[in-house]
Structures are given as structure tokens and as C-alpha cells.
Write a protein that binds this ligand. Structure first.
Ligand code: BDR
Ligand code: CA
Length: 316
């Protein structure tokens, strides 16, 4: 059982990453020890509400969810309701009742940094997976066995011509996370993660695999919004599920290849805000701080998602 801590900004693709992690937890393949949230797709309270709600719908109401840092290190918070919907889950509103009923339940520990510290001290082989801006990661300090969704390398951005959303939202945090890393961070960047897509047909396969799991009934209205957003961007009626592929890579559940590089981030210029650069030839003479994922098998990732979602002998 692989111990896992996820730090996310839930978000529709984060929600699918959580759904997948929850399925692996139910199967005894991972031990999801907790989830913390960043501000990004929506604000940090809403990302925590959404994360709590998704885990509840997946039968994991006992797993702690704590909000992390409320704003980026230096720049004002920008959120993206046009991408993920007013509440971050497409056309679904998880409802304010989740604030009172669940989020405010007393957890021990009660703050996100203690949760990270406890998880790392109790699980020597803990994997940390960050699927939102790197604000918490930068604030906490160097972490082992970390996988990060963010950045774009020699590939067009989805937020500016050169920047990917998570890194653009908090560029100083991404810069700090790479600068302080004491072991290479596994980096899942846009050119790879946007290759894992769902469309109405593959969504239906997922819903069928989930069968009577409560989360399945909400997926059509969550994904309809994400399909419409991608269509409005000229991508077609589909959705890129960045954070799900990131989780599979972090856990070695889909084949992928990496190269060792040194990453730095442009944080202070207006034009190039959030631009990520990988030194692949040692020009800077600095230690490698990243394992940049340069390829992943998305066909295998689709099969893995369905395997995890099935709650029968075919799901083993
Ligand atoms: C990233 O940005 C967010 O909108 C998604 O959740 C994903 O983590 C992709 O650029
Ligand atoms: Ca995300």
C-alpha cells in the first residue's frame, strides 16, 4: 500500500484525480492519508469544500481534508470560473452544507502543515502529489518523493503563450519549490498531461465502470461544463484531465519516461510570468532539480482508470 498525500485545487480534473485515488484506496492499493488544498481554480475554502465533497461521494468521509495557504506568495489570487465553473465542479454546486457538516469537523491535526509533517514522519515512503499551484509546497519547504502538475516546456501555454495555469497563478511558489528541492521533483507538464482526454464516450465507460458509486451520478454535469469549455477553446468536445494523469504517473500506474533537468521559473516579469524553463544541456551548471516527464502512455492510463473504477473481479 503506497501512502499518499494530495495537495490540490479541486477543479474538475482534480476531482477525477481524487476519484481515482479514492478507488485505489478502496482497493487497498494506496493509503490516502489526507488531502490539503491550494487556491487556484477557485479560492482555498471552495477547493477544500470540493475536495471534502468528492471524497465523501467516494465513501472516504473519514480522510482529513484541510485548506492550505489562502493566497499566492506574492501576486494577488486569480481564479478560473470560466474553466471549472462558479464553484469549481462544472455545473455541480457541492453546497454550503459541506462547510458546516464536514469541513469544520475536528481533525487532528487541525492545520495543513501539521498534517504534512505528521504524514511524512509516520510514512517514510509517502508520495506527495501536487495538482494545484505550488503555494503550499513552497511554504512547507523541501519534500521527498514529490510529483507536481505544472509548467510547460517547449510547448505552448494554456494561460499565456508561454505559461501553464498552475505555475502562472503562483509563479514565485513554483520558482521557490524548484530552488529549494533537495531531490528532483517529478514534473508532469502541459505537453504530456493534456494528452489524457475524456469525451462523452469514454466518460460513459467510466460511469458504467463506477456502477452505483454515488460520485458517478454527478460526473455528467461536471464534465459537460469542462467539455463545453474545451470546445470554446477550439479543442473539441472533450476535456483534458491533467491531474488524473499526474496521479497515475506519481504512483507508477501508467508507463512514462523522464529526463533529468534543471528547472527555473520566471516569476517577476509581466509578459513572461509563470514561464518554466528546463536546462537540458547543463548550461547553467546547476544540480538537476526535476525529473521531467516527456512521454506517457495515455491508452494504458484509460485502461487503468476503468480498472480502478470497477468494484468487481475485473477491477483487480
Ligand atoms: C492545471 O490547471 C488547472 O486548471 C487544472 O486543474 C490543472 O491542474 C492545468 O493547467
Ligand atoms: Ca488542478
Amino acid at each position: 500500500m503506497i501512502p499518499v498525500l494530495i495537495d490540490c485545487d479541486t477543479g474538475i480534473d482534480d476531482a477525477l484525480a481524487l476519484l481515482y485515488l479514492a478507488a485505489l484506496h478502496q482497493k487497498g492499493e494506496v493509503n490516502l492519508v489526507g488531502a490539503t488544498t491550494t487556491a487556484g481554480n477557485v479560492d482555498v475554502t471552495q477547493t477544500a469544500i470540493n475536495t471534502r465533497w468528492v471524497l465523501d461521494q467516494c465513501g472516504l468521509g473519514h480522510i482529513p481534508v484541510l485548506p492550505g495557504q489562502p493566497v499566492p506568495l506574492k501576486v494577488p489570487l486569480t481564479t478560473t470560473p470560466e474553466t471549472h465553473g462558479e464553484f469549481g465542479l462544472g455545473y455541480i454546486n457541492p453546497g454550503p452544507q459541506h462547510i458546516s457538516q464536514h469541513l469544520n469537523q475536528q481533525h487532528s491535526p487541525s492545520n495543513w502543515q501539521d498534517l504534512w509533517r505528521d504524514a511524512m514522519s509516520q510514512h517514510a515512503d509517502l508520495r506527495l502529489i501536487v495538482t494545484g499551484p505550488a503555494t503550499n509546497l513552497a511554504t512547507f519547504g523541501p519534500t521527498p518523493r514529490t510529483t507536481l502538475m505544472g509548467g510547460t516546456y517547449l510547448y505552448p501555454g494554456n494561460t499565456t503563450p508561454t505559461a501553464e495555469w498552475n505555475t502562472w497563478v503562483d509563479p514565485h511558489a513554483a520558482k521557490t519549490a524548484f530552488a529549494q528541492a533537495t531531490e528532483p521533483i517529478t514534473v508532469c507538464s502541459l505537453g504530456v498531461t493534456e494528452r489524457l482526454t475524456l469525451n462523452p464516450d469514454s466518460l460513459q465507460l467510466l460511469i458504467d465502470a463506477l456502477s452505483d458509486a454515488p460520485i458517478a451520478s454527478y460526473l455528467p454535469e461536471m464534465l459537460r461544463f469542462y467539455f463545453e469549455f474545451h470546445e470554446s477553446q477550439g479543442e473539441g468536445y472533450l476535456a483534458q484531465i491533467h491531474d488524473l494523469l499526474t496521479v497515475m504517473i506519481a504512483l507508477g500506474k501508467a508507463p512514462f519516461t523522464t529526463r533529468e533537468v534543471t528547472v527555473d521559473v520566471e516569476a517577476d516579469s509581466e509578459l513572461m510570468r509563470g514561464t518554466t524553463v528546463a536546462d537540458m544541456r547543463g548550461h547553467w551548471g546547476r544540480e538537476p532539480n526535476a525529473l521531467l516527464v516527456d512521454d506517457a502512455d495515455v491508452t494504458a492510463a484509460h485502461a487503468e482508470l476503468l480498472r480502478a473504477a470497477r468494484n468487481d473481479s475485473k477491477g483487480q
